[in-house]
Design a protein. Structure first.
Length: 322
């Protein structure tokens, strides 16, 4: 962390009283844009402060080199989706998926308007973006229904029905998992409705405060870097790829210095528990664990020699067996 950011860490604590009165957040919301059909990140480890670029759209697929997808993308990038309501949109993260029920986590202000809510799924979300021919029209708009909302924490959970379980799901951190100050974090989101990307930042501090005069203190993660419009609802991940926060906006916590604001995973866990959705998370986690075990077993089988000398054990007349 730079000297300036370390200075911010010291200054933020002095603003707790101000934050308790109310915090004017700039909500990361934008008008409707279209994503390319082959949206997906270029996957390489990034240095602090760098941005992970999207792979691009189908129209440019022939002109760009194939960028490999690293394993951590499976629970950070691939579960990241576009959430739409009316003319506005934001980012969402798939946090549970079973046959007939998928849960998407987003920011409450993303869906506060009017009209039907939809989640946009791309082939990248299913891991089939490089298949030469995939039936159907992509991206796919899936109807979503709100099942839980907490405006004090600026969180909402959407449910998708009538579809099979999706393969890639983000991993939620435990309720008491609070990153240490200066911890390295990664924000994933769809900037301006068209750019799926990530960037690295440091945690300045975890602060309890009222969100825009809500009247109730909640824990929020403050980051050194601010999010772009359209990133609201996107996940904030620690170095192990575990979701620890949700983007809700940015604020000037120190005069002349805006910082990112993310609702904490503690708020997420409380929202799930309050609406009896914890069992869905647990069953989805069990399913993901089974898939991981099966993949591991399959991988071990593939490492064996492709040809082995096997002695047959069938009975023969020459062995004296009638």
């Amino acid at each position: 962390m730079s000297r300036a950011d370390r200075s911010i860490c010291g200054k933020v604590s002095g603003f707790r009283a101000l934050l308790a009165v109310g915090l004017a957040l700039v909500l990361c919301r934008t008008e409707r844009f279209c994503l390319g059909d082959d949206i997906g990140p270029g996957s390489q480890a990034m240095a602090a402060g760098q941005t992970k670029k999207p792979a691009g759209t189908a129209a440019h697929a022939k002109n760009r080199p194939h960028v490999p997808v690293v394993e951590s993308d499976n629970w950070t990038f691939r579960p990241t989706v576009l959430v739409r309501r009316g003319s506005s949109q934001g980012t969402g993260t798939i946090i549970a998926s079973l046959d007939g029920e998928t849960l998407v986590l987003t920011a409450a202000h993303v869906i506060r308007g009017h009209g039907p809510i939809s989640v946009e799924l791309h082939r990248y979300n299913l891991g089939i973006e490089h298949q030469p021919s995939v039936p159907g029209k992509w991206p796919r708009q899936v109807v979503a229904e709100p099942v839980a909302s907490d405006t004090f924490a600026d969180l909402a959970i959407l449910r998708l029905r009538d579809m099979v379980a999706l393969p890639f799901v983000a991993r939620l951190g435990p309720e008491d998992a609070e990153p240490a100050s200066n911890a390295g974090l990664t924000s994933v989101g769809i900037d301006l409705g068209s750019k799926l990307s990530s960037w690295n930042t440091q945690l300045v501090e975890v602060l309890w405060f009222e969100l825009n005069d809500s009247g109730t203190d909640r824990p929020f993660l403050v980051t050194a870097r601010i999010p772009e419009h359209g990133r609201s609802g996107g996940g904030l991940f620690d170095t192990s790829g575990t979701l620890v926060g949700v983007c809700v906006g940015h604020a000037e916590l120190v005069k002349g210095k805006r910082m990112g604001v993310f609702s904490s995973v503690e708020n997420v866990r409380q929202l799930l528990r309050g609406h009896e959705l914890t069992s869905v998370i647990e069953r989805s986690e069990a399913r993901q664990a089974r898939l991981a075990r099966n993949a591991d077993t399959s991988g071990r089988r593939l490492t064996r020699p492709s040809r082995s000398v096997v002695t047959p054990t069938e009975a023969t007349h020459e062995a004296g067996i009638p």
